[in-house]
Write a protein that binds this ligand. Structure first.
Ligand SMILES: [Zn+2]
Ligand SMILES: [Zn+2]
Length: 274
């Protein structure tokens, strides 16, 4: 049995390329009963000074980065209203309101986040880290590639610590793409196993699930996020998993779900229940 729903997706208006209705149509074609839309919720006062913000401008997706909670609310309030309308127009499908949240470990962020959540009332929250805070700036995981080895190690340690804190917080339904730095070829060595296991154990303690993200199956490294090394820890800690396509276009919905389902079976992982 292959998972018949998808909860990690992105749409137009944020950094996705297809409309909510296009995504719903594709999910229906695949025989899914539920789709969750989980656009980026990234709020940090210095986000617009981050290098990635400049590139987002070129790519046309600046709208995923907000410098304040008021700014993110001005995007999410109308977005969730649209989801409500599309739900009414598509009664055969369950359309859930999610978000992929970048976690920042400070009281001010937490406070603002909790207030925003009370207003938005999302159905679920995905915890993630696409940025590392360093010396008053934000570095995207992509930027780690361009620093020297000593700096890379420092930033990777910060990445894993932040992820562990996010998992520990118990604020999230599940954690996204745990070993994201492998996107740029980093963090694969054995020395990172301890950091990974601390993040997985934190998730186990706070009852936070972990996704198997199928957006990384590539010819040169044919595996999802997270790696098998982490999935073994997930098994040992009995943390439930769900499959995420992380689709930014409708045609990617459900990609590699068969392979991920096989991993769940082979590694005897516990499935997430909604
Ligand atoms: Zn992500
Ligand atoms: Zn995503």
């Amino acid at each position: 049995m292959i998972q018949k729903y998808t909860l990690h997706t992105h749409t137009i208006g944020f950094d996705g390329q297809d409309s909510v209705q296009d995504m719903v149509n594709r999910a229906r074609e695949l025989g899914f009963d539920t789709i969750g839309i989980s656009n980026h919720f990234i709020v940090n006062p210095v986000i617009k000074q981050a290098k990635m913000y400049f590139y987002a401008g070129i790519g046309g997706y600046r709208s995923i980065y907000s410098a304040s909670f008021d700014e993110v609310l001005s995007r999410f309030v109308p977005h969730y209203e649209e989801l409500q309308i599309i739900q009414e127009q598509n009664p055969d499908m369950k359309i859930l309101r999610g978000m992929e949240v970048d976690f920042f470990n400070n009281a001010k962020w937490r406070n603002g986040f909790e207030k925003a959540i009370k207003i938005l009332k999302p159905d679920y929250l995905i915890g993630s880290a696409h940025f590392v805070e360093y010396d008053g700036t934000l570095l995207n995981v992509h930027d780690l590639k361009n620093s020297d080895e000593q700096m890379q190690n420092l930033l990777l340690e910060k990445y894993w610590t932040n992820l562990k804190n996010a998992a520990e917080s118990g604020m999230f339904t599940w954690m996204a793409h745990l070993d994201l730095p492998k996107k740029v070829g980093l963090g694969r060595g054995e020395k990172w196993a301890d950091f990974e296991s601390r993040a997985v154990e934190a998730g186990a303690k706070s009852k936070t699930a972990i996704e198997i993200n199928t957006s990384f199956y590539r010819p040169d490294c044919y595996e999802p996020y997270p790696s098998n090394r982490i999935l073994k820890m997930v098994h040992e800690n009995n943390v439930p998993v769900l499959i995420s396509d992380d689709a930014h276009v409708a045609k990617n919905i459900g990609r590699h779900f068969d392979e991920a389902q096989k991993l769940i079976k082979d590694l005897k992982l516990k499935s997430f229940t909604r």
